[in-house]
Design a protein around this ligand. Sequence first.
Ligand code: FES
Length: 344
Amino acid sequence: MNTHQVKIITEDGESVCFDCGEDEDIISAGLRQDIYLMASCREGGCATCKGFCAEGDYELGKVSVQALPPEEEEEGNVLLCRCYPTSDVEIEVPYTYDRISFSPDGLGFEAEVVELSQVSCNVMKLRLQKLGDDQQIRLDSGQYYNLEIPGTDVYRSYSPANTANNHGELEFLIRIVDNGKFSSYLKNDAHVGQKINVTGPLGIFGLKENGFTPRYFVAGGTGLAPILSMVRRMKEWEEPQSCVIYFGVNTEDEVFYADELKRLQSEMSTLAVRTCVWKASDNWSGEKGSVVDILRRDLQGTGVKPDLYLCGPPGMVDATYAVCADVGIPQDKIYLEKFLPSAS
Ligand code: FES
């Protein structure tokens, strides 16, 4: 078959090369040659496989506009699971070489449900225990796992709130949505003791080393999970940067983990927490209003230019992005993860 040469260049300047056949997307070509690039849905819907084509020509298959907005596509950004080279290409990816795997081992494992509980009107906590001899959870805080609904080949992606550990523990905070497949599974079929297939960790969202720059974390709803993982990691490593968690929900009954956030704050002198309720009643004593407005007020009232970590629905992330632009925070200080619609 006719092939083209693909050169993947990672953030740390390393590279890996492989052939890509005609009519083959770059992720599939890599997999065929035991090169596991960052990818999740493989349907152009999640943006995990996003890269930038620095050299060469390609055709792009169907992608979700949320995963690859038209302006990004015009600039040369591509989703590698939907990118079909028509010449040799050089692709820059936003992660380091050690995130590329050359064997499928270690990504998939079985776990057991050890806790399932409702933590707010629309969020459930799912705690899993990894099974088998290897109890290591190799996780860079901010990454996610794919959880398969038992007895099906349907999976959904969720970021855990825990940090890397040697005890096989995973803690997920999952929003219950109407007619959601994983939501239905959690509400109707999941039970303690059940086995579940897990793949991961995946994804490139995570803490960036940037000296002593303060870190502001902005979470919408269950976007708090990867943020908690990052802040818990900062605590474990005794990182000195000051940090603020902005946790936004719509109504008071959507607030969860208030005690955990309070406990974390009492144990970390560097941490402040602002829980923001958009449609708060008179009884709510915390911040009232949208998380984005409260962030804007704080940023305008200080000369600090923090690093920002955003995780939540696209509307919240985009609005926060706009606030940062207004107050002069450069784009390269913003790290984000949007919740995107599930791939079917
Ligand atoms: S893996 Fe390519 S968009 Fe999800």
